[in-house]
Design a binder for this molecule. Structure first.
Ligand SMILES: [Zn+2]
Length: 113
């Protein structure tokens, strides 16, 4: 779903809104001053990127900086990409383990001991 970022022209407050239809945007008010005058910003943030996009953009051969590895959403991308290339279905168990690894890395380590 498209989430857009706006800046209020009256007070410069920046805010985001989910826009389903063009009319939604017209009626959008600034949460601080209520003004409808706004401009849409180009979204600078990456967190709306779907996992599919991340997989498509991911290359195992690229050098990754620390920020890449600190982002837990990137955990397991290499394995998934490889499996997809090989046509391997990793199955539900893998997805679940990956979810846990991303949210609570300690739990998975404990399980495999
Ligand atoms: Zn405002």
């Amino acid at each position: 779903m498209p989430i857009y970022e706006y800046e209020c022209i009256a007070c410069e407050k920046q805010y985001q809104s989910l826009i389903m239809r063009k009319e939604d945007e017209k009626g959008l008010n600034c949460p601080r001053c209520g003004s409808r005058k706004k401009r849409r910003l180009i979204s600078r943030v990456a967190y709306h990127v779907s996992e599919q996009d991340r997989l498509d953009g991911f290359k195992a051969s690229d050098a990754k900086d620390d920020a890449f590895f600190r982002d837990s959403r990137n955990i397991g991308l290499a394995a998934k990409k490889r499996a997809r290339q090989l046509g391997v279905d990793l199955g539900q168990g893998f997805e679940e383990k990956l979810d846990r690894l991303r949210s609570d890395p300690g739990s998975v380590v404990k399980d495999s001991e």
